[in-house]
Design a protein around this ligand. Structure first.
Ligand SMILES: [Zn+2]
Length: 243
């Protein structure tokens, strides 16, 4: 039974050290992740705008060609009007020319719309460019900082993670789950030492009965107030030796 408590408390020591390392990195991992996401989204938005620009210009050019074709058609009809023999043929050509003129007016409006769309997309995309560059350089800077902090503690972190793995493999699944549950709920401290018969987490005084039980180092005793697992000095000492 002492092994069970010792393993758990050793795990607590390892996790606390890992938490400390994490704290040293501060907000950097989060900042890097958030910045990466922002850069990714802005790049996607810029690509969208550039696509709109490209499509609008292609559309405008095509409309331009269509208008030219219609104008040529009108010119051709004008010449033909001089050659027709009947009024009916003459009127028919006139109607076709009217239709072509209407179509040209419509296409010119479309062309103007596409022109405006392209201009807006270009303006938005151009505005976005320096913003993206600034974010990218900030991201690179932050990544460098994080890499430096990581490098500084790389060996220690690796050693702790390795120790953790070994310990977890020795702890029963139910004990581990209980430990993790309390740790999550109690800001990382699932197991605390009893000091002067009080819980080392919330300082609640343990009943004499509990203190007696605790000294046997044979069962998992939790604090009545905060629910953390309580351990005696002996467990603390033997855990330290394991590290
Ligand atoms: Zn407590």
């Amino acid at each position: 039974m002492e092994n069970r408590l010792t393993s758990l408390y050793t795990l607590q020591l390892v996790d606390s050290s890992l938490d400390e390392l994490q704290e040293m990195k501060g907000d950097l991992p989060k900042i890097v992740a958030e910045l990466s996401e922002t850069v990714k989204n802005k790049l996607a938005l810029k690509k969208q705008l550039d696509d709109i620009l490209k499509k609008s210009i292609a559309g405008r050019d095509k409309t331009d060609v269509d208008i030219l074709t219609l104008k040529e058609k009108i010119e051709k009809h004008k010449t033909q009007q001089f050659q027709v023999k009947t009024n009916k043929q003459y009127d028919m050509l006139a109607r076709e020319m009217d239709n072509a003129q209407d179509k040209i007016t419509q296409l010119q409006k479309e062309m103007e719309n596409l022109e405006n769309k392209a201009e807006q997309a270009k303006e938005d995309s151009t505005k976005l460019q320096p913003e993206i560059e600034e974010l990218q350089s900030e991201l690179a800077e932050r990544k460098k900082e994080l890499a430096a902090v990581n490098k500084e503690h790389e060996d220690e972190e690796l050693k702790l993670k390795h120790q953790r793995e070994k310990l977890v493999s020795r702890i029963s699944k139910s004990d581990y789950q209980m430990y993790e549950r309390i740790r999550k709920a109690k800001e990382g401290r699932a197991i605390v030492k009893v000091q002067r018969n009080s819980c080392g987490g919330c300082f609640n005084r343990a009943t004499p009965q509990r203190v007696l039980e605790l000294r046997k180092n044979s069962a998992i005793i939790t604090c009545e107030r905060c629910g953390r697992i309580l351990v005696s000095d002996e467990i603390v000492e033997s855990a330290k030796k394991l590290l």
